[in-house]
Design a binder for this molecule. Structure first.
Ligand code: ARG
Length: 277
């Protein structure tokens, strides 16, 4: 018997990205970073550019943040803020090495006229916050355990006026929420249960009974670090198994190669912040 795939519909998105012009692995603040591994910056820029072109090719709008010398992780634009309903909850980085990135993001939002809420608590923007607009009327999922601190979850809820569900990350390889979980459309998510505490896994099962479940192989290939428009799922090309699962669920996987940026501990999603009006 043939099962008919559910039809998925894309929604146009607005994204923010930052070219890896100064990308390097000069310090190690997550288990993926190894300062002795050589980085090919030109290749990183090429791969990043392919990612940007892929998003534009899918009909999305991509804004660019100007990269700054001395901020090698600035390419991971997801970490600079979290935008919901036209409001921006600013980032406050855990590590000193990335602290100055927050001001660059702040300046961008200010110049573009977004409502900006400055944070008092440590949080790394969309690295640890995800938004599912049609789930329970609009739900923010928030990670803690490695970077973002729990008080920031409450602060984000006050700043954005949407319920925040706190989820505890327990595996240092999955130090940000966005390497373990992603929204695949306006209602549903995909995630790797092993990255979360047992209690947080129960919370996710309760809220998203129909979620696509990824395994450790998918997660280790940075497959969860994806961006979806509701139909097209842009993900790391090494995550072939997860691509198959998403295809079976009716989505269209769009693989991109980002091997150089993986050396910094990030992939597709880390390079992209979604600007939600
Ligand atoms: N080297 C960066 C860090 O450790 C990688 C950030 C990846 N970004 C993300 N959204 N997961 O902070």
């Amino acid at each position: 018997m043939v099962t008919v795939n559910q039809q998925r519909f894309p929604r146009k998105r607005t994204y923010l990205m930052c070219s890896p012009d100064y990308f390097a692995v000069e310090y190690a603040i997550n288990p993926w970073m190894d300062v002795t591994t050589p980085v090919d910056r030109d290749l990183a820029v090429k791969q990043w550019d392919r990612l940007r072109e892929t998003l534009v090719g899918l009909g999305h709008e991509v804004h660019l943040l100007t990269p700054e010398q001395g901020l090698p992780d600035m390419v991971y634009a997801a970490n600079g803020g979290f935008v919901v309903d036209g409001s921006v909850y600013g980032a406050r980085f855990k590590h000193e090495q990335r602290a100055a990135e927050a001001a660059a993001h702040h300046a961008f939002y200010e110049a573009q006229g977004w409502r900006f809420i400055a944070p008092s608590e440590t949080n790394e923007g969309e690295g640890d916050f995800a938004y599912v607009p049609e789930a329970h009327g609009g739900l923010i999922l928030a990670g803690h355990g490695f970077r973002t601190e729990i008080p920031a979850h409450a602060e984000a809820q006050e700043a954005l006026g949407r319920p925040v569900v706190s989820l505890r990350l327990i595996d240092p390889r999955f130090y940000h929420l966005d390497v373990a979980l992603a929204a695949i459309d306006d209602e549903n998510i995909v995630y790797f249960p092993g990255a979360f505490s047992a209690a947080s896994q129960r919370v996710l099962t309760q809220l998203f009974p129909d979620a696509v479940i990824a395994d450790d192989e998918d997660a280790m290939a940075f497959g969860l670090n994806l961006v979806s428009d509701g139909a097209n799922v842009v993900l790391n090309s090494e995550a072939t198994r997860l691509a198959g699962k998403l295809k079976a669920a009716g989505y269209t996987p769009v693989p991109v190669e980002l091997a150089e940026l993986k050396k910094g501990g990030g992939s597709v999603k880390c390079c992209i912040a979604e600007l939600r009006h």
